[in-house]
Design a protein. Structure first.
Length: 255
């Protein structure tokens, strides 16, 4: 299922086809084999309403989980840009040779962090992560050597700023790994299947009401598509952009 949730449009299309097929089975096969009588229809209405209510609640909770994760990734992008900008400014607290070296590394590091938000291919992401790890090691070497050579409060501030840059990158990566659990998707899909079966089973005549059968599958499939789109960090159309990091890069390149 993770492959489908990483491709929201495909996930929505597959969801619609499967849910529509299940609804049609409920309206034809189940209804023909065990039709509802007048006495059982009232009890069936209670069960159907409860199931549809549960489906709506689960979709709402899952949508809330997706939006909270999206907001968290967006906030960490802003915090990471602020941390890099602060580290760039505090690099002037180091001796002149170390200042230029650290700022050059920070500019290269900023380029790679922008790449992290723009690439979609797994190989490109791994290459960028490898470059980020190498640049982090080089930046830490510069500030740690300067701190050992000149252990002063200003140097300590520069060390703290680089430490904050490294921490923010770790927080960002953790936020991008924080996805909706597959168990939640499975539970929501199971309730959606039950709801569609019940809607199909409750139809009076599948032939005369056939135009109404795709309504619920379509609505649920659109909800699934929207949740997967927001929740997928790289494959969705609603994605996190490196707006603050790009603005920082422009300010550093300005004369």
């Amino acid at each position: 299922m993770r492959f489908l949730t990483d491709h929201p449009v495909l996930f929505g299309a597959v969801s619609f086809v499967v849910l529509w097929a299940v609804t049609w089975i409920g309206a034809t096969v189940l209804h023909d084999r065990r039709p509802l009588d007048a006495a059982g229809r009232s009890d069936f209405g209670v069960i159907q309403a409860a199931t549809l209510t549960m489906l709506g609640l689960i979709i709402g909770f899952t949508f809330s989980m997706a939006t909270s994760r999206y907001d968290q990734r967006k906030a960490y992008e802003e915090e990471e840009a602020n941390a890099i900008g602060t580290a760039y400014a505090r690099a002037s607290l180091l001796p002149a040779p170390d200042t230029e070296k650290l700022r050059s590394l920070l500019r290269a590091y900023l380029d790679q962090r922008i790449v992290f938000y723009t690439v979609r291919e797994a190989d490109a992401v791994r290459e960028s992560d490898a470059r980020v790890a190498r640049l982090q090691a080089e930046m830490w070497t510069v500030v740690s050597d300067a701190a050992r050579a000149q252990p002063t409060p200003p140097t300590a501030l520069a060390v703290m700023s680089i430490n904050d840059v490294l921490n923010r990158q770790g927080y960002t990566q953790a936020a991008w790994w924080n996805r909706i659990p597959l168990q939640a998707w499975t539970l929501m899909a199971a309730i959606a299947l039950c709801s569609c079966v019940l809607v199909g089973y409750g139809t009076q005549n599948a032939r005369t009401e056939s135009f109404m059968l795709p309504a619920l599958p379509l609505v649920v499939a659109i909800a699934f598509l929207l949740i997967a789109d927001i929740e997928s960090p790289r494959s969705g159309t609603i994605s996190i952009t490196a707006q603050n990091l790009e603005a920082l890069m422009q300010s550093l390149r300005a004369p």
